[in-house]
Structure formats: C-alpha cells, structure tokens
Ligand binder design. Structure first.
Ligand code: FES
Length: 82
C-alpha cells in the first residue's frame, strides 16, 4: 500500500491543496488503484513556503499546481506500481 498524504494546513490550502486532493482522488480511481493507494490529509508539515506539500509514503514533494501533482503521481505512483 502506497500512501499519499496532502497537507491541508492553511498555507497549503491557499496554494491549492484542496484541488490537489481532488485530483489525487480522481487519479487513484481512474487508474484502478483503490486499495493500493491510500489518500490522507495532514496538518502543517512545517514547510509552508514550499507548498502545497505532500508526502508519498515518507518522502516530501512540493506541488505548486494540480499539474505538478499530476507529474508526481505519474512518476512516483503509476510508474512504480507497474
Ligand atoms: S500549511 Fe502545509 S506545510 Fe504548513
């Protein structure tokens, strides 16, 4: 099980974490990865200036947009699960 944790703290929320969560929800479903990838929210990760921040398992990534989140999902989830 891979785990994507998106920061929903106020700074990351302002930088689009809500839309990024929506993207990940759809992407996990569309890729048929329900049960293989878990999506969670977390509060501030103490890296507010770099957000929106997310973890894939234990590794931190910075997504400035849904497009960044898409690239991270493709590289870190899709390519590594296939
Ligand atoms: S609000 Fe996301 S890292 Fe602080």
């Amino acid at each position: 099980m891979r785990v994507i944790t998106v920061c929903v703290g106020s700074a990351c929320h302002l930088k689009g974490s809500h839309e990024i969560i929506g993207y990940f929800k759809d992407a996990i479903k569309d890729a048929g990865l329900d049960g293989k990838v878990e999506l969670k929210g977390a509060f501030c990760m103490d890296q507010c200036t770099d957000g929106a921040n997310l973890l894939i398992d234990e590794e931190v990534f910075h997504a400035g947009s849904v497009d960044d989140a898409r690239k991270i999902f493709e590289t870190e989830i899709l390519h590594k699960l296939k």
